[in-house]
Design a protein around this ligand. Structure first.
Ligand SMILES: [Zn+2]
Ligand SMILES: [Zn+2]
Length: 275
């Protein structure tokens, strides 16, 4: 049985709680009875090129590996990474992945090439009508199709990250015109053994929708997508596993009985605890 949080941040992420050390995260995870915890601090690869380095990669990896040893036998801890925008600077991304023995790598896309993070978009502006919103999501799909081919990525994080900010502005994305390309993406992921992440962080932001949405997750399942990782995207120890059980219920509603974790870099799939 698995009860896991496969997407968490610590003080080593630029936006993580400064008091949340990897040991504190492990302690919290053990207290609430998780079987597995992946610590996936941010490395937005474009950041190092564009003049900021939001990841202390040396101390972070060492601290996670130390915590992993400390909790051996009580909790499976994975040295993870949330690698943002890997394909925008592939050489740098490859070098970053080679630097530490990562056991679980989330591939994410917070911003398109030469564009700011979607969190800075003002989707509430009247110019952001349905056509422009669709244009941007189309570009997200273009880059995501590249991203899943990037060697070393185990799971595709928050596919509908952009959707969060569109919803926050009181608007929505009609995903139906993208059905063919989503099918292509999901079929390729299934063939290549790339998991799809169910990210539950929107619930803590007042948006009661998982990323991706149920509609998209159903399509992934229809495309024979079997590997699913579930993450809270906690940025503080107190949020570890937040809404993960809601995620399990959601998955079981659409026909999944198992989730996947990565232990020593290898997928391990088992039934969801409490379901
Ligand atoms: Zn992210
Ligand atoms: Zn994250």
């Amino acid at each position: 049985m698995i009860f896991a949080d496969s997407h968490t941040h610590t003080c080593f992420s630029f936006d993580g709680d400064p008091d949340t050390t990897p040991v504190l995260s492990c302690e919290r995870a053990a207290q609430i009875g998780l079987t597995d915890l992946a610590i996936t601090d941010h490395l937005d690869i474009n950041g190092s090129v564009e003049g900021y380095e939001p990841y202390a990669d040396g101390p972070a990896a060492a601290a996670v590996l130390e915590a992993k040893e400390q909790y051996r036998g009580r909790l499976h801890v994975a040295l993870g990474l949330e690698l943002g925008q890997a394909t925008q600077y592939p050489e740098k991304s490859r070098a970053a992945l080679a630097k530490h023995p990562y056991e679980f790598v989330l591939g994410s896309l917070h911003n398109l090439r030469m564009a700011p993070d979607f969190c800075y978009f003002r989707f509430e502006h009247p110019d952001f009508g349905p056509a422009l919103i669709q244009h941007y999501f189309s570009r997200v799909l273009d880059e995501t199709l590249e991203l899943i081919d990037f060697p070393g990525i185990h799971s595709l994080a928050h596919l509908t990250y952009m959707h969060r900010y569109v919803r926050r502005a009181g608007k929505d994305i009609d995903f139906s015109p993208f059905r063919d390309r989503l099918e292509l993406l999901f079929t390729r992921m299934a063939e290549r053994g790339i998991a799809l992440e169910l990210n539950m962080s929107n619930y803590r932001r007042g948006i009661p929708l998982p990323m991706p949405t149920q509609e998209l997750f159903r399509l992934y399942r229809a495309c024979k997508g079997e590997l699913v990782t579930v993450g809270s995207d906690a940025h503080t120890a107190g949020d570890i596993a937040a809404n993960v059980l809601d995620g399990y219920r959601f998955l079981s509603e659409i026909g999944y009985s198992c989730v996947t974790v990565f232990r020593d870099g290898k997928p391990f799939t088992d039934k969801m605890k409490f379901i």
